[in-house]
Design a protein around this ligand. Structure first.
Ligand code: 9WN
Length: 442
């Protein structure tokens, strides 16, 4: 296989193909991640989609984010899925009748007019809103875009930093592997082992109709996901009442929160307000990230399991993503750069960044988040490399990204050993972030 060749040819062909994927995945005012596997609106997917869409239409990118924000709960959470009522229930599991958001989440402030999930995903939204604004500030001001999204984004971050500071350490906890966005990572295995799986007969998976068995989580893990979500639902999605059988601090999630606070500071200043409180919060989160999750021996960030307070002895791509935080101590950024190019993430041949340590005991080149390389994490790390002045590595990663995206038909993820595309094709964030890298260069 020629890994250097892009089936797409010239950049303008790649641009057209990526734009075509986004057009094909459009569903009303938002975009589905994949027509087959994920037929609703997903939270962090829409943020990445908006980041790419802004180069085609700032207006549509604004609407992508505002459609998601319209389903925000009164307690501030942005749900990880906003369901499209026109899509049959059996097209995706867990479906609206599992989450029962408008009934079970009423006390927590779930909207009554829309069905959503009850959990969240990483907070990329403030960054996305700021980048969308910057793509066409005049259009943004004309529509009052920043003024409208700012209170919602601030409430979202407040939710995470208050209700979700379950460890009391100034970081937000995720209470379900799906909340990390890296659902099946070996970083969750140890904490998940404490969870009793829901019996296989209690639910019917829809992902296996479209996804390959070898790519998707096992039935036992799915049973654990179902158990955790059902327990949260039974507690009314109330973080003060829920017992949370799973609670971890994830470096990627919190790094994005820090970056999001910096974006909120920029948004506030653009609106003539004072952004200092957000800048201070970003600095505090960045500091707590290092204090609580940095492993100086390994030179990567790790996940903290809040059940026993220990750092999880696994290396996932989420441990490299904090490179995206501008206020990181330079020595930490240098170590992350070294880890990125070390044997765990670079060898043998991947041109993106594998989701999990290539030498790790749980490495699986096919099963999602247990080895395959994803385009959104590569985009974040590319941004981090630029942030810290590592321009040459950033250019290499950008080239790898664009080549792999074109060659695989905008795959959901890539086998890091063979380079084969895996998961869904014509995947929205792969296409959107292709547009962004083509437009912004290095
Ligand atoms: C559960 C939509 C989502 C992504 C996640 C990815 C996968 C869902 C699933 O697809 O998760 O949320 O059913 O596997 O892991 O990051 O947001 O693209």
């Amino acid at each position: 296989m020629d890994r250097s060749a892009s089936s797409s040819g010239a950049p303008d062909a790649l641009w057209r193909q990526a734009a075509d994927v986004l057009a094909g995945n459009r569903a009303g005012s938002s975009t589905v991640p994949s027509r087959t596997l994920y037929p609703h609106q997903w939270s962090w997917d829409s943020a990445f989609v908006a980041i790419g869409l802004r180069h085609l239409s700032a207006r549509r990118a604004q609407r992508e984010l505002e459609t998601l924000l319209a389903a925000q709960w009164a307690d501030g959470r942005i749900p990880h899925i906003v369901f499209n009522p026109a899509v049959p229930h059996d097209a995706y599991f867990p479906s609206p009748d599992f989450w029962q958001s408008s009934r079970a989440g009423r006390a927590a402030g779930a909207p009554s007019g829309r069905e959503t999930s009850g959990i969240v995903q990483p907070p990329v939204h403030a960054l996305a809103a700021w980048l969308v604004h910057r793509a066409d500030p005049e259009e943004s001001r004309r529509r009052g875009f920043l003024a409208r999204v700012r209170p919602r984004l601030a409430a979202w971050h407040d939710y995470l930093l208050t209700r979700r500071d379950l460890g009391g350490g100034g970081l937000a906890a995720v209470v379900h592997p799906w909340e990390s966005g890296m659902d099946n990572s070996p970083c969750w295995d140890r904490a998940l082992r404490r969870v009793e799986p829901a019996p296989p007969g209690a639910f019917r998976r829809a992902d296996l109709h479209h996804g390959h068995h070898a790519d998707r989580p096992t039935d036992a893990d799915y049973g654990r996901y179902v158990r955790l979500a059902a327990d949260y639902r039974e507690a009314g999605y109330d973080d003060r009442a829920a017992r949370h059988g799973f609670a971890v601090e994830d470096p990627c999630f919190n790094a994005l929160l820090a970056v999001g606070e910096l974006a909120l500071a920029a948004i506030a200043r653009d609106l003539g307000a004072d952004g200092d409180a957000h800048t201070a919060r970003a600095e505090r989160i960045a500091h707590r990230l290092v204090v609580r999750l940095w492993d100086a021996d390994a030179g990567v960030f790790r996940v903290r399991d809040l059940r026993d307070g220990t750092l999880v002895d696994e290396q996932g791509v989420g441990g490299l993503v904090p490179l995206v935080v501008p206020r990181l101590p330079p020595a930490v950024a240098d170590r992350l750069r070294a880890a990125l190019h070390g044997p765990r993430f670079r060898a043998p041949a991947t041109r993106l960044v594998p989701a999990y340590d290539l030498t790790g005991h749980a490495f699986d080149a096919q099963r999602y988040w247990r080895g395959p390389a994803w385009f959104n994490t590569a985009w974040l790390i590319h941004r981090g490399l630029l942030t810290h002045g590592f321009h040459q590595e950033a250019a290499q990663l950008r080239d790898g990204f664009l080549t792999e995206a074109g060659r695989t038909g905008f795959a959901e993820y890539v086998d890091p050993v063979t380079g084969a595309g895996r998961g869904a094709r014509r995947f929205s964030w792969t296409a959107a972030l292709t547009l962004d890298l083509l437009r912004t260069g290095t």
